[in-house]
Design a protein around this ligand. Structure first.
Ligand SMILES: C[S@@+](CC[C@H](N)C(=O)[O-])C[C@H]1O[C@@H](n2cnc3c(N)ncnc32)[C@H](O)[C@@H]1O
Length: 254
């Protein structure tokens, strides 16, 4: 299946921050996880590549000292980041992974949180990441890999989502091969238990906002009938969405 590029300037920028809000506890947990693999020195200059609405950029600056550069191609996502996630040590920049607007060897760590699969020219992106990273720098890829998808409770209601995920996300070995071409190797692979919602109701309401890009590849009919089946199951007491889910993090270095 060939999928069109997801354009975050279409509707995602209007719903993403609300649909994907991350709690303070989970944000600190991610910072602890990142601290385990980033260089030990402080401060660290970090690149949040595909920074979206800036969910992580301010916390990265607070935890690692800054500066943090949030590079993001979508003007709509960047506008939300500027408005809601401003921080004195964070600069949001127009750019994309295959054209990073930063100097050579200026960055200690690159975070790509659910953005690598959106990059059209992945070999060019890997070369750019290699160019901006200092020796000893790390790449943190929070990613879904199509050969090890986490269980996704709502896929049962939208039957094409399994196939969409399979073609949207790279496999782990494809990813390692892409990064291997620039001399990167796997340093770590972690599976984090992530809290997505505080209540079952909230999990459903967030999903309804469609802040998940795989939904952009479904038809309106598929979406309407999927939510109708979900609502019927919920009303009948047959649906109890999990509040936690598995998030995979691949750490690379040279
Ligand atoms: C699922 S969102 C993740 C945003 C943010 N990292 C987070 O976790 O909240 C994916 C982001 O990747 C961005 N993106 C798409 N193509 C990209 C590219 N070529 N380089 C960098 N980011 C890209 C999208 O515009 C979008 O903001």
């Amino acid at each position: 299946m060939t999928l069109q590029r997801v354009d975050y300037d279409d509707h995602q920028h209007r719903v993403y921050a609300k649909a994907r809000v991350i709690g303070a506890d989970m944000l600190s947990r991610w910072m602890e996880v990142f601290a385990e693999t980033l260089p030990a020195a402080r401060p660290l200059a970090l690149l949040d590549l595909g920074s979206g609405t800036g969910r992580f950029s301010p916390a990265l600056a607070d935890s690692f000292g800054g500066p943090v550069y949030g590079v993001e191609p979508s003007a709509g996502m960047r506008a939300v980041a500027q408005a809601d996630s401003a921080h004195p040590a964070v600069t949001y920049l127009e750019g994309e992974a295959a054209a990073i607007p930063l100097e050579d060897a200026s960055i200690d760590g690159v975070l790509m949180f659910l953005s690598f699969h959106h990059v059209q020219d992945k070999p060019a992106a890997v070369r750019e990441i290699a160019r901006v990273l200092r020796p000893g720098g790390r790449v943190l890829l929070r990613q879904v890999f199509s050969d090890r998808p986490p269980p996704t409770w709502y896929n049962a209601y939208f039957p094409r989502l399994d196939a969409i995920q399979a073609s949207m996300f790279p496999t782990l070995s494809e990813t390692l091969e892409l990064f291997g071409a620039a001399g990167f190797r796997q340093l770590d692979y972690q599976q984090i238990e992530e809290r997505y919602s505080d209540t079952e109701e909230e999990a459903i309401e967030r999903l309804r906002l469609r802040g998940i890009s795989t939904f952009d590849h479904l038809t309106e009919d598929e979406i309407t009938s999927g939510f109708a089946r979900m609502d019927a199951d919920r009303a009948a007491g047959r649906l109890h969405p999990p509040l936690m889910g598995r998030s995979d993090l691949l750490v690379l270095g040279r």
